[in-house]
Write a protein that binds this ligand. Sequence first.
Ligand code: SF4
Length: 330
Amino acid sequence: MKKEIFYSQLADWYECHHRILPWRETQDPYCIWISEIILQQTRVDQGMDYYLRFIDRFPTLASLAAAEEDEVLRLWQGLGYYSRARNIYKASHQVSEMPRTYEGLRQMAGIGDYTAGAIASFAYNLPHPALDGNVYRVLARLTDCEMAFDTSAGKKHFHQVAEELLDREHPRLFNSAIMEFGALYCVPQHPDCEHCPLQIFCEAYRHNTVDLLPVRKPRPKVRDRYFLYSIYLSDHQTLIHQRQGNDIWRHLWEFPLEEVDAARFEQESTRHGLVLTHQLSHQRLHAIFSVHRVQQLPTLPDTRVVRLGDLDDYAFSRLTLRALEQLLPH
Ligand code: SF4
């Protein structure tokens, strides 16, 4: 492959077609870090508001470190994958300023190879690849490689491919361009290969395998869980508790919960209550929210009495927010 031609074709495409995104207009490693974490598992249009609000409230690492974790989780509310927010908060206490090397960045909580490569190249123009899902797709197609990119062997392989392909003189531009090219042009379904500026370099195009790539490992089976929530109401007050343990939604708040099996859930669903299902990456949650208007709130372990008007001060999962919107609208 004539790398110089590849670089110039890719850079020309990027110059003409890239989106104006606030985190690509800055070289502040803190802002880039926050944007990269928000954008994991989140679409750009959905992540944009969260990013702007987050940076507005916590413009620096120091301001984030000085906050309460609950406030960080509240800003994250609705984005899902809350371990990302908890790790950002944890990392803000691990360092007093953003590390300037890939290895230093890699030590921070929640920062893996991709995020370290993205911050190192976008903020400091250091020659490290940054492989997100879009880049894996482009590389798998350019090299016509059938290896599953989400296995450890596949990751290692594509990392090597990316290291070899990286433009070491312009890593910031190269990483921005190849990520954007994957996001906008070499899309999962029906990319416009006939007019592609990288077509002459593309082995999958040559072998007519574009639609088969990239390959993923088989998805794990989705697990069903059944939740019975009780919303006790008395004199404009209710009970909530904060989730603990190594499970989904750790440190988020919710109404008193009983997790049951499918048979019990089936019985309960004939009673009065709001039934919702909620899809997470590997779990499908079935929930019933029952409202109990009582004279006096029951005494339940690890719960807190809060005024209904103060619920906004607590971070809830999207499932609980959906229930609140329907059962206790403002
Ligand atoms: S030819 Fe098609 S598959 Fe190959 S890089 Fe271009 S858009 Fe992607």
